[in-house]
Ligand binder design. Structure first.
Ligand code: SF4
Length: 318
């Protein structure tokens, strides 16, 4: 059984946006010990997918499909059970640690919060927090527990957030653009910490990013998302060797590489939201391989040579 199984998840926002779907039949899974990437441009639906897993969708959002964590459907869980799930079974690391950690509370309060809510005695939770801060490379962890967030750099604070997320040893970690706000060398350190902790703890990880190259550094498999839908899924090496969807190929061509003699070139046009998408392929207006039927016929996700791809012309272009 997969740790995380999302099946045909569709989401519509409430209120004036009720007619505007933001996710359309998204399916993905993460097994124990597996690192899985969810990659796409801003607005493609990656973060909404992550938030659905933790029951963090905006109030009144309409959903269909299922989101199973350890076999239990989050969409059907009462609020109290969802809170317990966030504490013990699935944790999330957010993009901006400064926006996610309360500025007026000490680091020790943040890291021990989940443990104490689960009934761990205060002293025991503090000792555990010291171990966790050591594990993510924080110097002098006992002193760090007494400090406040403004006394840490962005990279150090992201390490603190990882320590807090892992406090209750959740089997599933959701990392939503965890290095976007960091400089390149700090980014590499945080990725190395995540990779090591994931391997040591046999955790499943859903790693959300707009950066395919970054995803390849840590992920076994990658899902590519566009306009609220999964458009491709493959093992990482195969995806880089032979992308089957023109959007994936475009993302790869837009990635700068030191060893490449050709300069990177971006995908023309701008990404559409699902609500603005034509009835056929949402990528048609930006796709060099688009055909008349691409505007009218919706490409369904199908299996092709071990990959999953939603493109009408995948055999010809991939
Ligand atoms: S279905 Fe058509 S427009 Fe869409 S990605 Fe494939 S070739 Fe391009």
């Amino acid at each position: 059984m997969a740790l995380l199984e999302i099946e045909n998840l569709s989401v519509r926002l409430a209120g004036p946006d009720a007619a505007r779907p933001i996710l359309d039949e998204v399916s993905l899974h993460v097994a124990q010990g597996e690192a899985v990437g969810l990659v796409g441009e801003s607005g493609s639906g990656k973060s909404v997918t992550c938030r659905a897993v933790l029951g963090l969708l905006p109030g009144g959002a309409e959903t269909s499909g299922s989101v199973r964590v350890g076999g239990e459907d989050v969409l059907a869980m009462p609020a109290e059970r969802i809170r317990a799930l966030r504490r013990t079974r699935a944790a999330m690391i957010f993009q901006d640690p400064r926006a996610s950690i309360n500025a007026v509370r000490r680091i020790g309060d943040f890291v021990t919060e989940g443990l104490r809510a689960g009934g761990t005695p205060y002293k025991m939770a503090l000792e555990r927090a010291v171990e966790l801060l050591e594990a993510v490379g924080i110097q002098e962890p006992r002193a760090a527990l007494r400090r406040y967030p403004h006394q840490f750099s962005g990279g150090m604070l992201q390490r603190v957030m990882i320590a807090g997320a892992l406090a209750a040893e959740p089997p599933l970690l959701l990392a939503d653009e965890p290095t976007t706000a960091l400089d390149v060398s700090t980014q590499a350190e945080v990725i190395a910490i995540l990779a090591r902790l994931r391997a040591e703890r046999e955790m499943g990880m859903l790693f959300v990013t707009h950066d395919l190259e970054l995803a390849s550094a840590i992920c076994d498999r990658i899902y590519v998302m566009y306009a609220g839908r999964i458009v491709e899924e493959q093992a990482t090496a195969e995806l880089f060797h032979r992308p089957r969807h023109p959007y994936t190929a475009g993302l790869l061509a837009a990635t700068p590489r030191l060893e490449s003699e050709t300069p990177p070139h971006g995908i023309p046009g701008r990404p559409l939201s699902l609500a603005d998408s034509p009835p056929g392929c949402a990528f048609a207006q930006r796709c060099a391989h688009a055909h008349d039927r691409c505007d009218e016929q919706r490409p369904e996700l199908r299996t092709l040579d071990g990959a999953s791809v939603a493109c009408l012309r995948a055999e010809e272009v991939g």
